[in-house]
Design a protein around this ligand. Structure first.
Ligand code: ZN
Length: 343
């Protein structure tokens, strides 16, 4: 097997994130790389040859090791993506008016002096008992950031996002038993509890336990929290990464106030300390005490669908891509993902 043609690397931290990823990987198969003790999933997304790997466990170090092994086994990897699920900060921006709802996607891009990922528990404890964060991470490569910018524009054009279409494709790639789990759970299952209302029993879910009158539904959060089925909003900002799970609205709010972190996860710092990759996270909870697993599959799916959109906007290296899809574009202008060949 010729590993030299694989130029895109995809790190899926957990198995359900790998499941979503494999749902969109075309012509997929597995490969054992010499001198490596894991199996890789290889295939295509558009004209790109893509290699995927799942981590043995969550956390920064396993992700760093997965990256190092992948780069050794696939020496021509140019673009690395970390694609998975995360906790989200419900409101951000001026007057906290931007609303992140469950199933939305957060993409780590440079902002407020950060490269897009902050390793927020790495630094020095100072005399005033404050942690000065020194978790420097790299920003995504110019190629990835350019693809992201092209995609941001494309989402504003008449054809809009292709995420709904890719979500459908992804589910069709799954075993029938599992398709339902990767559906959009819907606004009625998105509850944002008041910050000071704590979940009383970690052994039980909120249903039948927590006081629903202490939770906001999307309709209570204004028009920016409204979503059609399978049409997540994409948010661009700073992602917080550390080995500790955040299950506290107080900690979540503090991290937003201090570092403008809008999304919390546990792997990106292991990749971005060494490599200019791109971190894409579907939001499955609000990083508070009520966090549960209900939205995990769908959030993994929206992140994977967005990642596919980004990959289709990376240059293929051949100088030519076939324009074979103008669906939804009444002017028959080549739609993004299938750029016309340069003359
Ligand atoms: Zn609860």
């Amino acid at each position: 097997m010729d590993t030299s043609r694989y130029t895109v690397g995809w790190i899926a931290p957990m198995s359900l994130e790998l499941t979503a990823a494999l749902g969109i990987l075309e012509d997929r198969t597995t490969i054992e790389a010499p001198d490596d003790d894991v199996i890789y999933h290889i295939g295509r997304i558009g004209s790109h040859f893509v290699v995927m790997v799942v981590c043995p466990r969550i956390g920064i170090e396993p992700a760093a090791t997965a990256l190092a092994n992948m780069r050794r086994s696939f020496p021509n990897i140019k673009h690395i993506l970390v694609v998975g699920i995360a906790g989200g900060v419900p409101g951000y921006g001026p007057d906290l008016r931007e609303q992140i709802v469950l199933g939305d996607v957060v993409v780590g891009v440079p902002q407020h002096g950060s490269g897009g990922v902050t390793h927020y528990e790495f630094g020095a404890w100072e005399g005033n008992n404050e942690l000065t964060v020194k978790g420097h991470t790299l920003h995504p490569s110019a190629a990835l950031l350019t693809a992201v910018n092209n995609l941001r524009s494309a989402h504003m054009l008449v054809a809009g996002s292709r995420i709904p279409e890719y979500l459908h494709e992804l589910r069709m790639g799954l075993n029938k038993r599992w398709r339902q789990a990767f559906e959009d759970p819907g606004a009625e299952n998105d509850h944002l509890f008041e910050d000071d209302y704590l979940h009383p029993d970690r052994g039980r879910t909120c249903e039948g336990l927590c006081d629903a009158t202490r939770a906001k539904r999307r309709k209570d959060r204004g028009p920016r929290a409204e979503r059609e089925t399978d049409q997540p909003e994409i948010h661009y900002g700073n992602i917080g990464s550390a080995n500790a799970v955040v299950r506290s609205s107080a900690k979540r709010n503090e991290l937003y106030a201090r570092h403008s972190i809008i999304c919390l996860e546990m792997e990106a710092a292991g990749v971005m300390s060494d490599y200019q990759g791109l971190v894409i996270r579907g939001i499955c909870d609000y990083a508070d005490s009520h966090k549960n697993k209900m939205w995990q599959e769908y959030a993994a799916a929206t992140a994977a669908a967005y990642a596919k959109e980004v990959i289709l906007l990376l240059p293929s290296g051949t100088g030519v891509q076939k324009n074979n899809n103008t669906a939804g574009n009444q002017y028959n202008i080549p739609v993004y993902g299938h750029p016309a060949a340069f003359p």
